[in-house]
Design a protein around this ligand. Sequence first.
Ligand code: HEM
Length: 624
Amino acid sequence: MLKFFMGDFDIGPLSNMVTSNSSATRASSAPANGFQFIQQSVDTVAGTAIGLFIAYSAYKNLSEAYRRGDPNRKAPLPPSPPGDFLLGHYRHVPENESFRKYLEWSKKYNSDVLYFETFGTKWVVLNSYEAAHELLEKRGRKYSDRPRFVMFEEMGWAPTLTWLRWGPQWGLHRKVLAPPFAKTGCVSFQPLQRKQAMIMCKNLIENPEEWMSAVTHFAVAIMFKIGYGIDVDTPTDEWVKLAAEASEAVGKAGAPASSIMDRIPWTRHLPDWLPFMERLKYAHENKKVIQNITERPFNASMSDYHERDLDPTRKLKECFVHRMYHLRGEDARRNRQNVYYEEDIKGGAATMLIAGNDTTASTLNLIILYLTKHPRVQRRAQAEVDYILLTTGVPTEPVEDYRPSTPAPWASSSSNRAGIIRLPTLEDIPKFKYVNLILQEVYRINPLSPLGIPHASVKDSSDIDPDGDDTYNGMRIPCGTIVYPNVWAMNRDEKRYREPERFFPERYLPKEEGGWGEPLPVGNFGFGRRVCVGQYLAENSLLIAIAMMLATIEFDLPIGPDGNLKDFEPQFSHKGQSIVLPFKVSIKPRSPMVEELLDRHILVAKMAEKAAEDGKKGGPTPSA
Ligand code: HEM
């Protein structure tokens, strides 16, 4: 039976079935001896098969009619590859790297929008920027829902903005979380980001073997401070471990809303030891990790809050949890209704942590990979940083080497040819044009969420169709369909990008500056009304971190056993997020001076932070 449901549907000639059906009718009235029992069983199976065949034919005819676009019916569905009876496309969409398969089908069926269905769960994949822009951005209100993330529910998530369905609770969370991370709002976090960037560079230089921990620490320390007011001092801190475990649990959970539980929700009640329920087992095994990351930092932050609230000499921290509790207290004092419950505060802080730390760290890992593998790009970016640090101006033409007259070869001990005497600041960031192009090229070639986080369509007051179905380029998108933007495919679209597999940051420069004038990549932070809340915060973190690394560090290929530089083929994981797996890299300070420079600046930054925190008691400022 199982094989029947899972396998391709093939029921045999119709004449056999008619015969079997009539014998089924006869057998039902016959006395049951051994032989008749067998015959009865055979007939029952045959009868069931006929019933299923009729149901299947009806299903097929109906869906064919939809596909053809019967003029009396609605527009046809977008094209889709053949599927199985009942299970539809479930078995046909690969669990790993499905974004590649979707692009392949998009070319095969010559359509940028593809349609899939499993047990009544419908989804479309948008393989072009044009489709994503039209549906998710221009018709954003209709496409701002999320599907139910049944697997994540099984993992035990508190209400988090990322997974919330479209509605008042989503609106409330977004209203609270978005303003502090808006372009202007997140300026207040910049001193913290710069301090952590300097600490990261120092850790990279001191312990190059553990370079990935230094990067993780950078991202975790920022999010813990912003969310909970907790200082995460070193890469070996227990909070880093906790955050890394949670990131791994989410990262390996598979693409959001793609498990069998998401497609067929009742399967969540099946035993998790069944062979096809591995992802349910995974959800159960990782429940504790999700519980830890949601509860433990929150409890620590709350006990700090209560201590400070009772002590008139101490100021509350400028963090999300303290700010939200302070506002709750204010509401209570003024007899105002408070709509943000403790669960919401807990969920909001956990959202920031999970959505913000791993994404930033994984992007930095990719940056280090591409800088290491492309020394020409690294040299050009360093030249830009050197120029800006020394002249405080912006290069008027491409700087390949800030001191072209110095004949030192790249990767020599004298790589700090410009002899920098200061470190990048946040005011410098807008001037780092080439550094920003490197970041854009990393977004394009390796989007962290190749299929984004799925949206879903809802009924909208502007709908023409009474069922809330929508039409795009003559194709019908039924109401309630899950929508995946294939960001990976969009950023490899040959109509937009020449040689899409090549890492070439100059492609975005205008033609008169020697570039190809190509558009910046799209979709790395999502689309429309669900676009990433933390985009500006993340970009500020990334740009100051990259600039700080370029100013102080030289990345090179690792040294092989023969003493020469050894090139390598990076390995990636595409389970959930697309990340690069650990690799070896040679990390050296650009000059002995940079370590001292880092030490001095870190000390100054810590003192400034302490002074701000020890200010007189009062609630956190509204922008915190
Ligand atoms: C490089 C870093 C990051 C990347 C690549 C990234 C990517 C994304 C993507 C693809 C989405 C889905 C958007 C959509 O559905 O259309 C998203 C949503 C979200 N991101 Fe980020 N993100 C990053 C950093 C951050 C940070 C630092 C925060 C912290 C505040 C954050 C908070 C969120 C939240 C709360 C959502 C859900 C928004 C909603 O559903 O309404 N992200 N992000």
